[in-house]
Design a protein around this ligand. Structure first.
Ligand code: GLU
Length: 547
């Protein structure tokens, strides 16, 4: 009879599971090679947690010389958003998280988009019906809702099981009649589980987990014949020979169902590694919560791209989240790359990892501090071409000049750490480019000191572009003394009434005049690169601003 029901429900499915088993043979890989996959659903923009799990997929596959593939899990068409798939592929590309095969790349185990695999899922479901492990359920949504409400009142397990699963054993004739009446149906698993039995699953990160056996007749095919995530991922991970499913731990509670599906389909389950969410301390309530795209700008992957976080720095940050011992290793091995570190699931945080903006920024600043000026220039230009074309044009027109500025204090043992993102360059070096330096630059000054314009006028007269750095400073000191400022800070502090200020105050006034800021890289270098004429122009701007 089951054979007849299967043919009645799936008259057009003429393939068998064996057909697909042959079509997707075992991969030719070493025994310990991991096959991982990133399986995003195009239901919204990619967030940091997604990026992190894809990063883990990539590093584990790469270090075991395995395969990392991308599979688009678009079974929930109702929740799909426009541009969702493009967002996924562009974010992955933007952050150099490069799958070896999969959607938009190709490979022998495709199609890699679940909506193109409906026939495969239906083939396996038809077989489950044949084997009396699945059935059509004609209950209306209203009826199911009522059951769930009753179960909630009775405080019993929610779902279709036992006497609640009224369509479990419909006969061929009953099914035929309902079909003839045009009744809609879903296909449910005929769960063979008994919740009295306890199953044990060893999660690679969380360790041994115990659950009661799954006994709910979960929906596996929806009314439109497309699968639910549960069924689709089980069949795909089997046919695509995934060895490790690395995914968010919101799926842990579905493990008993997934294990049961693997079993009844006759598949060996992959290893599971459930990763904890990235958390943050809520600034209003002080409680720890999941990073939220709505509340936290750092939660959305696009934010990293748009603000210009360097890819390598983000990878380093993700590596610190991935393995608790990475950071210590990296501090001792700064000349090495992420690839040299051996990532292990044992060192992956079991609980939530908190997002640490300061740490990320620090990693970024270190990244920039180690880059040559020419590299920073080229990467910033690349960034600007995409996100700030006007600035890109300016950068192109002022290449040599910009590189000279970016090169200030690059050679010393402690190179400057002022840039964290490509978008910072425009602001940090706002004084570098004449056409960008406007009177308004002074309005961002945090100091409300009165700067002495006549002092600055006089300074420009004695400024000599040919001075060495020492000569320059000697000249500033002499100038300070002549103008009533101490040439020595200590001396000024001991006798504050004798002076108008000290040489540091004179330098600050000069710095503010030329950069619009109280802090900047080496003033001597800035003055030298700008040259006397531009310094004079800045004085005029400053004068206009003060007046
Ligand atoms: N499509 C699932 C999601 O986006 C992925 C879960 C998995 O990786 O298996 O949540």
């Amino acid at each position: 009879m089951n054979e007849k029901i299967a043919d009645l429900l799936f008259p057009n499915i003429d393939k068998t599971p064996e057909y697909y088993e042959k079509m997707y043979p075992k991969r030719n890989l070493a025994a310990d090679a991991m096959v991982t996959r990133y399986g995003p659903s195009p239901t919204g923009s990619v967030h940091l947690g997604n990026l992190f799990s894809a990063f883990c997929d990539m590093i584990y596959a790469r270090q075991s010389k395995g395969v990392f593939f991308l599979r688009i899990e678009d079974t929930d068409q109702k929740r799909a958003v426009e541009g969702g798939i493009e967002n996924i592929t562009s974010v992955l590309k933007g952050f150099s998280i490069n799958p070896n095969e999969g959607y938009s790349i190709g490979g022998d185990y495709g199609p890699y988009k679940q909506s193109e695999r409906t026939e495969i899922y239906q083939t396996y479901v038809k077989d489950l019906i044949r084997r009396n492990l699945a059935y059509p359920c004609f209950m209306t949504e209203e009826e199911i809702k009522e059951i769930k409400e009753e179960q909630a009142i009775l405080k019993v397990k929610i779902g279709l099981y036992g006497h609640y699963a009224t369509d479990r054993d419909l006969s061929y004739d009953e099914i035929k009649e309902k079909l003839d009446n045009g009744e809609e149906y879903v296909i449910c698993l005929k769960s063979p589980g008994n919740p009295e039995n306890i199953i044990e699953v060893k999660d690679c990160i969380k360790g041994k987990l115990k659950f009661p056996e799954h006994n709910i007749d979960t929906i596996i095919l929806k009314k439109d014949g497309t699968p639910t995530y549960h069924l689709a991922h089980v069949i795909d991970d089997h046919l695509m020979h995934t060895t490790h499913v690395i995914r968010g731990d919101e799926w842990v509670s579905s493990l008993p169902l997934h294990i049961q599906l693997f079993e009844i389909l006759g598949f060996t389950p992959p290893k599971y590694a459930h990763i904890a969410p990235i958390t943050i301390k809520d600034s209003e309530t002080g409680t720890i919560r999941k990073l939220s795209k709505r509340k936290d700008p750092w939660a959305g992957a696009k934010f990293y791209e748009e603000s210009g976080i360097p890819i390598a720095a983000l990878h380093l940050y993700l590596a610190t989240i991935a393995n608790t011992n990475f950071e210590e290793w990296y501090l001792k091995n700064q000349d090495k790359s992420i690839e040299d570190f051996e990532f292990t699931f044992e060192k992956q945080a079991i609980g939530g990892t908190s997002f640490d903006e300061a740490k990320l920024i620090n990693i970024c600043k270190t990244y920039f501090s180690r880059k040559k000026a020419t590299e920073i220039y080229a990467e910033t230009l690349n960034y600007a071409l995409k996100f700030d074309p006007d600035y890109a044009q300016i950068l192109k027109e002022n290449k040599e000049l910009m590189i000279e500025f970016l090169n200030i204090e690059k050679d010393g043992p402690r190179p400057r750490k002022d840039i964290a993102k490509y978008s910072d360059v425009k602001e940090e070096f706002s004084y570098a480019i004449d056409s960008l330096f406007k009177q308004e630059n002074y309005s961002k000054l945090e100091s409300d000191k009165d700067y002495d314009l006549s002092l600055l006028e006089k300074y420009i007269e004695i400024y000599n572009i040919n001075d060495s750095k020492d000569e320059w400073f000697d000249r500033v000191k002499k100038f300070s003394l002549a103008e009533g400022y101490s040439d020595n800070v200590k001396e000024y502090k001991n006798n504050p009434d004798k002076y108008k200020g000290h040489v540091g105050d004179v330098c600050e006034a000069i710095r503010v005049m030329v950069t619009g800021r109280t802090k900047s890289p080496d003033l001597y270098e800035i003055l030298r690169i700008l040259g006397k004429d531009k310094i004079k122009e800045r004085l005029e701007l400053f004068r206009n601003y003060l007046n």
